[in-house]
Design a binder for this molecule. Structure first.
Ligand SMILES: Nc1ncnc2c1ncn2[C@@H]1O[C@H](COP(=O)(O)OP(=O)(O)OP(=O)(O)O)[C@@H](O)[C@H]1O
Ligand SMILES: [Mg+2]
Length: 266
């Protein structure tokens, strides 16, 4: 009888042990499966992010190529034709002309000269090679000079701290973000004052573009991306993402808009 009890106990112990091992194996398999699924999902999400980044990069490159072509056309073609027009006007013999004709030709020559200068500046602001070399503040100053010349705006650039150069690609992306903010001011803000501030910290550049215009309702959803009609602001966020920067847009109806870009310096 005692022997039989012992055998039953041993059988129970062995079967319990086997059961524990079996359950252990099942748990380990489940954990392994979950880990593998998590890793797979993580890889898929990384791949998706990389794909999105590559798409945006390709889109930006295509845009840059188009802008460069327009810049070249303006510089080489239209610029050259206007220079020839100016040359022709300058070679006109005016000594026998009456005063009105002389004045008209002189003022036309001046206007053509002004158009040549404005187009040269426009060509520069479209050309990526020009924009990505030199300091960011200089490119922004040139951009604001064009706006100031319209007589509508009083715009200025203020630099605080020691200005540091960025890599050409990064500088171009920052400039294009600022350019979109300025384009929006021209199109919608009805502002008369624009201020750009570049505040350099050892590891960070804070760039503010502020207008005193009409403002707008700027809504941000959970993905931190705005829902607006055009693609300009959306592209600003995508571009900022590419260079590890963040954007904060604050706008108050009737009280202007501020675009704050925070860019890591290295
Ligand atoms: N500085 C600003 N002042 C007033 N409204 C603005 C300003 N910036 C943007 N907006 C508003 O935000 C909207 C979205 O701007 P966004 O740049 O995304 O598109 P868009 O300029 O209309 O088109 P796109 O940039 O694609 O040509 C504009 O339609 C405008 O109503
Ligand atoms: Mg826009």
């Amino acid at each position: 009888m005692f022997e039989q009890d012992k055998e039953i106990t041993i059988a129970i112990i062995i079967s319990t042990g086997l059961m524990i091992i079996f359950v252990g194996i099942i748990i380990a398999a489940i954990v392994k499966y979950q880990r593998r699924t998590r890793k797979y999902l993580q890889e898929m999400s990384n791949l998706k992010i990389r794909y999105q980044e590559e798409t945006i990069k390709a889109q930006i490159e295509k845009e840059e190529q188009t802008l460069n072509r327009i810049s070249q056309e303006i510089h080489d073609n239209i610029g050259q034709i206007l220079s020839l027009v100016k040359l022709n006007l300058n070679t006109l013999e005016l000594s026998d002309c009456d005063c009105t004709v002389k004045n008209k030709i002189t003022s036309t020559t001046d206007l053509v000269g002004k158009a040549i200068n404005d187009l040269r500046q426009l060509s520069k602001s479209l050309n990526s090679q020009h924009l990505s070399s030199g300091y960011l503040s200089d490119s922004l100053k040139t951009e604001l000079e064009i706006m100031n010349k319209t007589g509508i705006y009083d715009a200025d650039v203020k630099v605080t701290g020691e200005e540091k150069p960025f890599s050409p690609q990064k500088q171009l992306i920052i400039f294009r973000i600022a350019q979109e903010a300025l384009n929006n001011i021209i199109k919608y803000a009805k502002a008369d004052h624009i201020s750009i501030s570049l505040i350099y910290f050892p590891q960070l550049l804070d760039l503010f573009i502020v207008d005193n215009g009409v403002g707008f309702n700027h809504t941000i959803d959970d993905t931190k991306e705005p829902k607006q009609s055009g693609t300009g602001i959306e592209n600003m966020y995508h571009r900022a993402n590419l260079i590890g920067a963040t954007i904060e847009i604050k706008s108050v109806i009737g009280n202007g808009t501020s675009v704050h870009l925070s860019i890591p310096v290295n």
